[in-house]
Design a binder for this molecule. Structure first.
Ligand SMILES: *[C@@H]1O[C@H](CO)[C@@H](O)[C@H](O)[C@H]1NC(C)=O
Ligand SMILES: *[C@@H]1O[C@H](CO)[C@@H](O)[C@H](O)[C@H]1NC(C)=O
Ligand SMILES: *[C@@H]1O[C@H](CO)[C@@H](O)[C@H](O)[C@H]1NC(C)=O
Ligand SMILES: *[C@@H]1O[C@H](CO)[C@@H](O)[C@H](O)[C@H]1NC(C)=O
Ligand SMILES: *[C@@H]1O[C@H](CO)[C@@H](O)[C@H](O)[C@H]1NC(C)=O
Ligand SMILES: *[C@@H]1O[C@H](CO)[C@@H](O)[C@H](O)[C@H]1NC(C)=O
Ligand SMILES: *[C@@H]1O[C@H](CO)[C@@H](O)[C@H](O)[C@H]1NC(C)=O
Ligand SMILES: *[C@@H]1O[C@H](CO)[C@@H](O)[C@H](O)[C@H]1NC(C)=O
Ligand SMILES: *[C@@H]1O[C@H](CO)[C@@H](O)[C@H](O)[C@H]1NC(C)=O
Length: 683
């Protein structure tokens, strides 16, 4: 950018303290309740100001941004900053981890799959996101932006090739790229970086019960650990955001789908297996942790390379445009003689089949273009039959849930959706309200890039920021939609959804190019529901403990000696981690349930070397009978760990009683001291 440009660094901050017993969002599986922490979730905020305008981009380690979350964040920003941060210059994007909290949605479909609208889930999300924005806001410094793009192979796979191949052949042949990584390193003093890469953050599968930022979060973690040497996770000045993109049909499970029962590849068309076996994609690692590590590391390694070689400075000015659109009635010109319209939202049968990254439990298969009398009967009895009009509009999708016609106790799906573009000189960031497939994203990038033909922008690099602002499931191309795999069945506004978006985003781009943004209609305001929000998550109760023990007592002790590569494990008498939700403890153990500490025998002090945010630690919380529970802490000793004396500590809170006033007390536990011995060979 030219010399008038200011840009800024940001900050990252721990978003979640109390997610430990909430349902996790992503696989829509209510059994997937959280029971521990693999890695922490962070919000990373980037503010850029060119002295005329300002934009704010947030990437948060959550499954997706919900309309409710965005509205609550914007309300909080309004209170603090007045009109500085608004719906038109703020983008919130989720990394799409499937192991984050749920409960921050106001539409019924999302509420019923995640125990409702959970105050203790959304509050920490709002607070964490706003805190990251506060830190970015107060840290602004002059700077320059560089951009760099590259390709990363071997880290993703198309999980619906059958849909993809239904796109026109000449269109497919225009693209030879593997997956692109887009980087916009910010080289102010801090040198922070944001990077976009299209892959599902589902390396951790739905059997995982620990909160985890998955592959994208691990890429951020690695880059930040690399640039903040000696700092604990979440500390240190350098911030690396890795944001989601058009990942709709992109899986990280690069060994591809196989039948769990036969070991053979699944049916190509519908991903089914003989005698109802589960079709599941695996890899590249031995287990889900290993796969997360490999994919995260690949993304980080590529980003680091691009960061090191970025020389192309981004010049120009900031622009942005935003509209709310009623996606249920957009008229689309499909050719010179015909128009079509989008539909009231509905999900098809293949939605219930799930994907090869996480299948549904029922006997649905992908690629269904005909209904199933059995399930249609159940649907009609439970939630009602789709109207003929909606059925016709969604053709060839057999409708499972006509969510646009279901309004009790609140609408099941949104009508009003955000469309938005922000332009930083020669980089356009296009937030999309869901998961665009590879080809949908390409068509959108082409549409926005056409701005250049107006001469207003040259050499524009367009990136899709996925899972932004509001969640509306998937957006496939018209051709992919015809195949009705999971992604097509989940394209909720019907076959012309993508065309409608292309039209809307083109409109925004044109308004920017012609400097007529102020003439764009604002569109219908989204609702903010006050009543009828469901809440099914019971409050956490009083904690029990075994007779004659105290909270924090060690139940299973560490061994005296370990070697690098071993796993240390210790189990404590624990309280429910949800009771630690709002507790603030002093640094450096601010918001950690776990520390691994090394003894420094020069200063005779214990130094914290890992927390629960560290990749090397796993914090498991196990609930038993009589309200008793255990915390088990594992430390996977890395090969480079120095030998010495260590201990593990655990921090938590327990509820002593609920009535008449709840009493919640802190506790701590500490393991015996153990040695990590040099790994030399014994003979
Ligand atoms: C899946 O498609 C195959 C043909 O490729 C077909 O034989 C099979 O019956 C289908 N399975 C289901 C459950 O629809
Ligand atoms: C999830 O990953 C674990 C290995 O970490 C594996 O044992 C399990 O079979 C996987 N489950 C599914 C449903 O993919
Ligand atoms: C969206 O459009 C539909 C169909 O025209 C209409 O019934 C509905 O009231 C509109 N919703 C909003 C919020 O404007
Ligand atoms: C336009 O699309 C309609 C509906 O798909 C089709 O019937 C018609 O033939 C098309 N016209 C042209 C000129 O392609
Ligand atoms: C699914 O299961 C139900 C009940 O067992 C059965 O009636 C129906 O035909 C099955 N559908 C498919 C596609 O196999
Ligand atoms: C819907 O379509 C069915 C089958 O074509 C027809 O029998 C029925 O009368 C239609 N319902 C309405 C309300 O038009
Ligand atoms: C608890 O301590 C009391 C008093 O020392 C003792 O009598 C009792 O047996 C202990 N109970 C257990 C389960 O150890
Ligand atoms: C807690 O740990 C103890 C000791 O290993 C074990 O006996 C007990 O069953 C555990 N309780 C739970 C809830 O896992
Ligand atoms: C300090 O720790 C190192 C590494 O464990 C050990 O070699 C050394 O003997 C210790 N010194 C004292 C005074 O304990």
């Amino acid at each position: 950018m030219n010399t008038t440009t200011q840009l800024n660094n940001f900050s990252c901050v721990c978003v979640c303290v109390c997610v430990c017993v909430c349902v996790q969002m992503g696989y829509a599986n209510p059994q997937q309740t959280a029971a521990g922490i693999h890695t922490r979730l962070y919000s990373r905020a980037f503010i850029i100001d060119d002295r005329r305008r300002r934009v704010l981009f947030v990437t948060a380690d959550v499954g997706m941004i919900s309309q409710r979350l965005r509205l609550e964040v914007l309300q909080a920003l309004q209170v603090k900053y007045g009109d500085l941060y608004r719906q038109d210059n703020v983008v919130l994007s989720g990394t799409h981890t499937h192991s984050g909290p749920a409960g921050y949605f106001q539409y019924t479909l999302f509420m019923i799959t995640s125990k409702g609208y959970i105050k203790s889930s959304i509050e920490p999300l709002v607070n964490g996101i706003v805190k990251s924005i506060d830190r970015a806001h107060s840290n602004m410094k002059p700077g320059r932006i560089y951009r760099s793009t590259g390709e990363l192979g071997d880290s993703s796979l198309n999980r619906s090739p059958h849909s993809y191949l239904n796109n026109p052949e000449d269109e497919r042949h225009r693209y030879t790229e593997t997956r692109r990584t887009y980087m916009y390193p910010y080289t102010d003093l801090m040198g922070d970086v944001d990077c976009w890469f299209a892959v599902h953050a589902v390396s951790m599968n739905y059997t995982n019960r620990m909160v985890s930022s998955d592959n994208m979060g691990y890429a951020s973690y690695l880059m930040e650990q690399d640039k903040n040497p000696g700092e604990l996770p979440g500390q240190g000045g350098f911030v690396a955001g890795f944001s989601s993109s058009n990942l709709g049909d992109v899986s990280p499970n690069t060994k591809g789908p196989h039948c769990v029962n036969t070991g053979l590849p699944c049916d190509y068309l519908n991903s089914s297996c003989p005698v109802g076996g589960l079709c599941k994609a695996f890899g590249p690692g031995e287990d889900m942790f290993d796969s997360t590590r490999i994919i995260g590391h690949n993304i980080y390694r590529k980003a680091k390379e691009l960061y090191g070689s970025a020389v192309e400075e981004v010049t120009g000015f900031l622009h942005f445009a935003h509209q709310w659109v009623n996606m249920t009635d957009v008229t689309v010109q499909i050719n010179s003689t015909h128009t079509a319209t989008t539909c009231k939202p509905a999900l098809g049968h293949s939605f219930a089949a799930g994907t090869t990254d996480g299948g549904g439990d029922l006997n649905f298969t992908q690629g269904a273009v005909e209904g199933d009398p059995f399930w249609d009967g159940i649907r009609d009895a439970l939630v009602g039959k789709p109207s003929n009009q909606t059925q016709a509009c969604h053709h060839p999708k057999p409708i499972l849930f006509s969510t646009g016609e279901m309004n009790k106790p609140l609408p099941w799906h949104p009508e009003v959706v955000d469309v938005q573009i922000i332009i930083l000189g020669s980089v356009a960031v296009v937030p999309v309200p869901g998961e665009m497939t590879t080809m949908s994203g390409r068509r959108l990038r082409e549409a926005v890039r056409q701005l250049q033909s107006d001469g207003a922008f040259r050499d524009l690099e367009v990136v899709i920021a996925g899972l932004s602002n509001i969640y509306t499931h998937y957006i496939t191309t018209y051709e992919e939609y015809q195949v009705q795999r999971y992604e097509g069945a989940s394209t909720i506004y019907g076959p012309h959804t993508l065309s409608a978006y292309l039209q809307k985003y083109r409109g925004l781009a044109r308004a920017i190019a012609q400097d007529r943004v102020s003439e764009l209609p604002v569109g219908p305001q989204p609702p903010f529901f006050q009543n009828n929000l469901i809440s099914l998550l019971a409050a956490a109760g009083v904690d029990g403990k075994p007779e004659n023990s105290s909270f924090g007592d060690v139940l299973d002790q560490v061994l005296p000696v370990y070697r690098q590569g071993d796993v240390v494990s210790v189990t404590f008498v624990a309280g429910n981690p949800r009771h630690s939700g709002d507790m603030v403890r002093p640094e450096p153990r601010d918001k950690t349930f776990v520390t691994v500490e090394i003894y420094d025998n020069r200063t005779n002090t214990w130094e914290v070397v890992y927390t629960d945010a560290s990749w090397e630690t796993r914090f498991h919380w196990l609930k038993g009978s009589n309200r008793q529970s255990n915390s088990t802490v594992e430390w996977h000793i890395p090969p480079a760990a120095p030998s010495g004396s260590y201990r593990i500590r655990h921090f938590g809170h327990y509820m002593l009683r609920r009535f008449p006033q709840p009493i919640i007390n802190p506790y701590e536990g500490v393991s015996d001291v153990f040695e990590v011995a040099a790994s030399f060979y014994y003979q």
